[in-house]
Design a protein around this ligand. Structure first.
Ligand code: 2AM
Length: 194
């Protein structure tokens, strides 16, 4: 697994509540892709029940960091600014149900090499800088529904193409007893950094 524990604090401690941020790197859709992914969530809900993810929160996690010392956010931004990776097209053509947590999610039937490489580049940079992250084998998934009752029947949900032109650092916050995701910063892909 090779999991690093540096700067991971137990979120139950008062110090963690004051000084840490729950963070992840993600692909964060532009407006057109967001609308298309929300359309997938809505048509999945007709078939599967459950609660659709808020359109504004739809994303694809690249690397989940968990609780990080807030003072290290600038270091994370510098690290992300140094990532060199190409733009690519992501075919979201698979919708699947996880019975253990009742999530219906969408993803690529085949993970493109560019996506796998982007995750690897981020993980290598994070590891070199001593950040902890979830190092389970990468399975790209976009949560569409929570508390769903079943998988959608085949062909119930049309796939989409998502042009990936950037990636983001995102913070997960608790507000009014619900999770809220806020983009900290975005970085373009396909840029030559000299
Ligand atoms: P989920 O939608 O399946 O819950 C913010 O919580 C994002 O990080 C979500 O995409 C969430 O996936 C993902 N996430 C939460 N905990 C995680 C973990 N331990 N490892 C990987 N991803 C995680």
């Amino acid at each position: 697994m090779g999991r690093q524990q540096a700067d991971h604090l137990d979120p139950a401690t008062p110090q963690a509540r004051e000084d840490t941020a729950r963070l992840f790197f993600a692909l964060w859709p532009d407006e057109a892709s967001r609308a298309a992914l929300d359309g997938m969530a809505q048509s999945s809900r007709e078939a599967c029940g459950g609660r659709a993810m808020k359109a504004a929160h739809i994303h694809l996690t690249l690397v989940f960091l968990g609780n990080v010392a807030a003072r290290r956010i600038p270091e994370l931004c510098t690290l992300a600014a140094g990532v060199v990776a190409p733009r690519f097209e992501l075919a979201i053509d698979r919708v699947t149900f996880w019975p253990h947590n009742r999530i219906v999610w969408a993803g690529p039937g085949v993970c493109p090499d560019e996506l796998r490489r982007l995750v690897e580049v981020l993980e290598e940079a994070l590891q070199a800088a001593g950040f902890g992250f979830d190092a389970r084998p990468y399975l790209p998934h976009i949560t569409l529904l929570r508390n769903a009752r079943a998988a959608p029947p085949p062909q119930a949900v049309a796939g989409i193409g998502w042009r990936i032109a950037d990636f983001a650092l995102v913070q997960s916050l608790r507000r009014d007893n619900a999770s809220v995701y806020e983009v900290v910063q975005r970085w373009p892909l396909g840029v030559c950094r000299t």
